[in-house]
Design a protein. Structure first.
Lengths: 472, 273
């Protein structure tokens, strides 16, 4: 696939300025440096763009794409830059197209239970606006206070409520996309069924900006549950905690979340937040959320789930029923990734996903890897989805050379086990991006990989749309 | 040892909506929680219970829904609770409220220690705790940050004061209001919740606590909220536009002049070249 690109000449830059206006064109190094990386480690993955554009509507984006296509210039779409696989990094320089100024809610349609918003709106803001109408968007990525809707769709973000509500893709009814050729296309709508032709909308969901740029979306809303409670359940060992997860799901109750946090991730988050949770003798914790419309039902379910945990070795079952207490616990969970990053910015935050029944087999393998490579691997994540964020961290003492030798070897071994032995996948919600593309090739059968390549070629024959991502 | 903790239910602050016309809070819009600062009083009491052994009772005054906060206190580890509820209590100010709570404490029997939060996050007065001590003629220790030692008839505690800490020894029975430093609030447990669900909490009205009707409710309150105003913030924003490199120097000069005119710059600083 082509990856020879042309530089942005003064003449092209002027054309871009004419499209978006000079204030929406950034070229000075200090400011565009912010657009050279996401939440993956900067030392390993950052690349500088030549220019950053902050357009304000889809028409501008279409005109930009036409210029990029004409001159074969790479374009990297960007949301909030909170991605964890290097998806928003301009690997080949060129244009970074940030949707940060497209952050309006366009319509809340209560009759059809939908909200239509631009791609640059912060995910959490949607729910702030919907709250008073008794509605909500069920997407709950852990970065919801900063991440953008467009990024959530491009990565098909999962998060903390997927056990009950599923991932972002389930809620996207329609979207507006700008193609690599600069056409504005509307896919889906406010309909809940649609077999009229190929399902291009689903194809764009999770395509990591490699097939086009999502400019707005229509989202299916749900009635907001008015009761929610959390159980925080410590176990002496991580293995005991994780082994309970499939048992909870077998009870016929569908919790909103079943999150797992091992001791070291919990400790790091507590230190980071200056929080204290009871951790004496604790090896790992489960955070289980239940929500619904009837308090008595939720209480009954809490007891059922709590008792099951106690029968299977839980040391205690703590409960949080009001928003303040619930936020206290969830904030620990949400801040683990950031806390580990503060401890060591050089790390590999993994996102493996396995069939739920196999989840107890992941932890012993991680301990083996940790021993074999002499690397700490704190682990946490969405256990109820079989999705764990094992994070191999470079000890601040370890040399960068040594880390660069260890990291790929450790990951290859992990992925081979996850895919080969457990029939899982190497990423559940963070995406392949830059970071995992060579590993994706290694674990994907040739026939399937060829289809990936043909698909990309059909949409973007010039390979200008977020090149160097997903595929090698 | 018997400890009574006084708690209040307050609106969940993350969820409050204000009436734009009147500037007051729309109470129905938000859910109620235990006043966050009262959680520290509960924690202090339960820590004493853990270490020394004690019976911890909890009292609240409020409408029917207030029973929820009492159940939560039991789920955290408190032993029993009393709910003071009566239409006649409605509209009580801090003076009347402290009288009602003091009457309830008398009926329950004067304990060794009464613990309160520093203040409630809605009213923000911090008056009710010390006023109860006054009604009951007990010594009051406010802003308690640490309970150092408990003896049979006294407590040695540390108070957080403006200049630092003050160590006090106080005779028991006494009333203390506590600050956040006193401990890390424990989470309620499922075991505790089951106990709370099974326990029946007595409800006492004005008659039960032998309250003088002229001391309670709006009628019995010497203070009135006459008006609530939201302070108006008026700022005039001055935008300095920079179009290109050339206008940068002019813009810097105007910014410098702006700050200098208002005395915001350290004297002796040099003008931007």
């Amino acid at each position: 696939m082509n990856n020879i690109y042309n530089p942005i000449t003064t003449d092209i830059l002027q054309q871009l300025k004419d499209i978006v206006g000079p204030v929406n064109v950034l070229t000075d190094e200090e400011r565009i440096e912010n657009y050279s990386h996401d939440e993956t480690s900067k030392e390993e993955y950052a690349h500088m763009p030549e220019v950053v554009l902050t357009p304000t509507n889809a028409e501008q984006i279409a005109s930009i794409m036409k210029i990029a296509s004409k001159h074969t210039i790479p374009v990297t779409p960007r949301g909030a830059g909170s991605g964890l696989s290097g998806g928003a990094i301009p690997l080949f320089g060129g244009i970074v197209l940030s949707v940060e100024k497209m952050n309006k809610i366009l319509e809340i349609d209560e009759a059809n239970l939908t909200v239509t918003a631009e791609a640059g709106i912060v995910t959490n803001e949607l729910n702030e606006h919907l709250k008073s109408r008794g509605l909500f968007f069920a997407g709950y990525p852990m970065s919801l206070e900063t991440c953008f809707l467009g990024g959530n769709i491009a990565e098909n973000a999962g998060g903390g409520k997927a056990v009950k509500y599923g991932v972002t893709g389930r809620y996207i009814l329609g979207m507006e996309v700008v193609t690599p050729q600069g056409e504005i296309v509307n896919l889906g709508g406010k309909i809940t069924k649609d077999v009229s032709g190929y399902d291009l909308k689903q194809l764009y969901i999770g395509s990591e900006g490699t097939l086009g740029l999502i400019t707005k979306a229509t989202i299916k809303l749900l009635g907001k549950p008015n009761v929610a409670s959390d159980l925080l359940v410590p176990f002496a060992t991580a293995q005991e905690a994780i082994a309970v997860v499939p048992l909870i799901l077998k009870q016929g109750i569908v919790p909103t979340s079943i999150e797992f946090m091992d001791r070291s991730s919990t400790e790091m988050a507590c230190t980071y937040l200056n929080e204290t949770l009871p951790l004496d003798g604790v090896g790992a914790m489960l955070l289980i959320e239940l929500d619904g419309t009837d308090e008595a039902t939720i209480e009954r379910e809490m007891i059922l789930v709590g008792d099951l945990c106690t029968e299977h070795g839980a040391m205690e079952v703590y409960i949080a029923e009001d928003a303040t207490a619930r936020e206290r616990i969830w904030s620990v969970r949400r801040n683990i990734a950031e806390a580990i990053k503060v401890y060591s910015p050089i790390q590999s935050l993994e996102d493996v996903v396995v069939p739920i029944g196999s989840i107890p087999l992941v932890l012993p393998f991680l301990s083996e890897l940790s021993k074999k490579y002499g690397v700490r691997i704190p682990c946490y994540g969405h256990a109820g989805d079989g999705n764990l964020h094992a994070t191999a961290i470079k000890d601040p003492e370890m040399s960068m050379e040594k880390w660069k030798e260890i990291e790929p070897a450790l990951l290859s071994e992990l992925y081979a086990f996850i895919v080969g032995e457990l029939h899982g996948k190497i990423s559940g919600e963070h995406g392949i991006g830059l970071k995992r593309k060579s590993f994706l090739k290694a674990v994907t059968p040739d026939g399937e990989y060829e289809l990936f390549k043909s698909l990309k070629k059909a949409f973007d024959p010039q390979n200008i749309m977020n090149p160097g991502k997903i595929l090698v | 040892m018997h400890i009574i903790v006084l708690v209040k239910q307050v609106p969940e602050t993350s969820d409050v909506q204000m009436d734009k016309e009147t500037g007051t809070m729309i109470r129905s819009s938000s859910s109620s929680i235990i006043n966050p600062l009262d959680l520290y009083a509960l924690e202090a009491a339960l820590t004493i219970k853990d270490v020394k052994g004690a019976r911890v009772s909890v009292i609240t005054m409020g409408p029917a829904g207030a029973i929820k906060v009492l159940k939560e206190a039991i789920a955290m580890g408190c032993d029993d609770a009393v709910h003071l509820t009566d239409r006649a209590f409605a509209g009580s100010d801090t003076w009347a409220t402290s009288y009602i709570l003091a009457q309830a404490i008398k009926k329950l029997g004067l304990p060794d220690l009464i613990l309160c939060g520093e203040r409630a996050t809605d009213g923000d007065t911090a008056q009710v705790g010390p006023a109860i001590a006054s009604w009951l003629s007990l010594p009051a220790v406010t802003y308690t940050s640490k309970i150092e030692q408990i003896e049979i008839n006294s407590i040695i505690a540390e108070r957080l004061i403006e200049e630092g800490y003050q160590k006090v020894k106080v005779a028991l029975p006494a009333l203390m209001t506590v600050v956040k430093e006193i401990g890390i609030v424990r989470l309620p447990t499922l075991k505790g919740k089951k106990k709370a669900m099974a326990s029946s909490i007595p409800q006492w009205n004005a008659h039960d606590i032998e309250a003088d009707p002229s001391f309670i409710g709006l009628k019995g309150s010497p203070t009135r909220v006459v008006k609530i105003e939201t302070p108006k913030v008026s700022r005039n924003c001055t935008l300095v536009h920079v179009e290109d490199e050339a206008s940068m120097s002019v813009a810097m000069d105007s910014l410098f002049a702006f700050l200098n005119d208002r005395d915001f710059l350290q004297k002796g600083g040099k003008k931007h070249a």
